[in-house]
Each structure stands twice: as C-alpha cells, then as structure tokens.
Design a protein around this ligand. Structure first.
Ligand code: TMP
Length: 213
C-alpha cells in the first residue's frame, strides 16, 4: 500500500448578484484551468448532487412558498450533501474544485435579501462545513440596475430573479460586507468592465493560488 500523501486540492467559489456575468467567466476559468495539471472539476450550488439538484428546483421554483428559516435550511441541506458527496472527496483526492456559488450566497440572499440573521446562518455554516472554507472566492460585483438591464428578456426569472430591485440591492450590500469581513479569501472584481480586463484579473488570482504552494 502506498504511504504517499495526496496533497489536498483547492476550492474556488464564484459569487455575485444575479446577472453579474458569472457564467461567462466560468468558461474562461474552465479554459484556464484545463491548461494546468490540477484535475479541475466544476460544480454548482444549490445543486451538484441528485438530492441537491432536487432541492435547487424547489428553491428556484416561483411556486414554492417557504419561510425564511426553511429557505436557509434547504440551502444548507443541499450544501451538506454536496460537501459529503462531491466537494470533500474531490479535495481529498487532490483535485481543484470550482463551485458556481457557495455559502456567501446564503449570507447574501437569505441573510441580506430575506433578513435571516447572520448569526443563524453562521450556526448552520459551522454545523455543516466543520471549518471547510473556499481557498479563493471571486465576487463579481455590479450595480443592481446594470445587472437587471443585462438580464432583461434573456430568460424566465426564477424565484430570486423575480424579487424587487430592493432585494437585489440588499443582496449586493451583504456580499460587499462579506468581502470586507474576509478580505484574505474574497476578491471583489468590478464586473462592469470589459470582459478582457475582468479575465486578466481572474488569471492573476488563479495564478497566485497556483503558486501559493
Ligand atoms: P444561479 O446558480 O443560476 O446563479 O442561481 C441560483 C440562485 O439561487 C441565485 O438566485 C441565488 C440563489 N441562492 C440562494 O438564494 N441561496 C444559496 O445558498 C445559493 C447557493 C443560491
């Protein structure tokens, strides 16, 4: 039996208000990492496992009626399964894992947007994550009016996208507060700039993570 220890992988998360352009940048990250020998895998929240995808459907369905706490608990139920089934095994096997959204989304949407107290979210975070945190979080930041303009008419709005402008302003404010609280992990990227500028910044942060050793 080999006694060689596998070096733990890196965990990268992407965050931002709806319409901030995460998907475009995700493709760039995919291409950038595919050129490096890190065994990169990609996943998303809510989702990433069969159970968690079912919970995603419930959370995003405009017909779902959920109390504030039920919504936060569902997000963390999906997350627990995702961590157990996908995230931890990938990191333990030495792979890099990129997740389109993670716990900062719960702070932003359920905390900032809906008004669930941050302490309550923190309690669930402690329970479910047992210290697991992303190594790097890229927060794509954009004024909510610009994001809403970009999204207009492009798709049928889900349960969160159909919320009023004020909800999205609170979500953005909560994200920026998270970034102030964890500047060593969360990088705020001005997503209002041209794509090439944003992607040059992303590459710098990925390269730094690669070189961190
Ligand atoms: P998206 O993955 O297509 O961006 O959409 C997921 C939606 O779910 C988005 O509006 C944010 C929301 N969400 C929460 O409200 N809480 C969470 O914990 C997560 C991960 C996402």
């Amino acid at each position: 039996m080999s006694t060689q220890q596998v070096r733990r992988g890196r965990f990268i998360t992407l965050e931002g208000i709806d319409g901030a352009g995460k998907s475009t940048h995700l493709s760039f990250i995919r291409d950038w990492l595919s050129g490096r020998d890190v065994g990169a895998a990609f996943t998303r929240e809510p989702g990433g496992t069969p159970l968690s995808e079912k919970i995603r459907d419930l959370l995003l369905d405009p017909g779902t009626v959920a109390s504030l706490d039920a919504e936060a608990l569902l997000a963390f139920a999906a997350r627990q399964q995702h961590i157990a089934e996908v995230i931890e095994p990938a990191l333990a096997a030495g792979r890099w894992l990129v997740s389109d959204r993670f716990t900062d989304s719960t702070y932003a949407f359920q905390g900032g947007g809906r008004g669930v107290p941050f302490e309550r979210i923190r309690a669930l975070e402690d329970w479910v994550q047992r210290g697991l945190q992303p190594d790097l979080t890229l927060l794509f930041d954009l004024p909510t009016e610009v994001a809403a303009g970009r999204m207009a008419g492009t798709r049928v709005p889900d349960r969160f996208e159909q919320e009023a402008a004020d909800f999205h302003r609170r979500v953005r404010a909560a994200y920026l507060r998270r970034a102030e609280e964890a500047p060593q992990r969360i990088v705020v990227l001005d997503a209002g700039r041209g794509i090439a500028d944003i992607q040059a910044d992303i590459a710098v942060h990925l390269q730094r993570l690669l070189e961190r050793g």
